[in-house]
Structure formats: C-alpha cells, structure tokens
Design a protein around this ligand. Structure first.
Ligand SMILES: [Zn+2]
Length: 77
C-alpha cells in the first residue's frame, strides 16, 4: 500500500505532500475514467492560499498524467 510522498504538483508548481486515494476517491475516479484505478494515483494535500486543499491528481511516475489537470471534488472523503 503506497503511503504519503512528496511529489511535484502541476497546479501548485512545487513539490508538495501527496497522499494515496481513499476508497471513496478511487470509486469516484473509476467512474470518471471508466476504467479500474490502480494504487498508483496520488492527490496533492497542499493547502492553497484560499484555504482549500489542492486535491490535484497525478500518478506516482507522471506529474502530467492527465492531459488536462484533474482534481478531486472537495466533498468526497
Ligand atoms: Zn497541488
């Protein structure tokens, strides 16, 4: 099971703390993609200047995994 990592974030433009997705988040992403979701996805948990958590998604190996940036909804958990 992957744990928290420091990875670069395309939205924050810096290396920030990332966490693996929760079960609910993986379910949400699977519905978005229409494909099974591997353990390889991480979300940025940096708090932005507006007080919201970034929640931008990437895979472990690829900062720009999605052609357009994709972030989790704020109300998942
Ligand atoms: Zn970020």
């Amino acid at each position: 099971m992957p744990t928290e990592k420091r990875l670069t974030c395309q939205t924050c433009r810096a290396e920030e703390k990332h966490e693996p997705l929760t079960t609910n988040e993986r379910t949400w992403l699977r519905e978005q993609l229409g494909n099974p979701v591997s353990d390889n996805y991480f979300k940025c948990v940096n708090v932005r200047p507006d007080g919201k958590v970034c929640l931008n998604l990437r895979t472990h190996g690829h900062e720009k995994h999605f052609r357009l940036t994709k972030r989790l909804p704020d109300d998942l958990e």
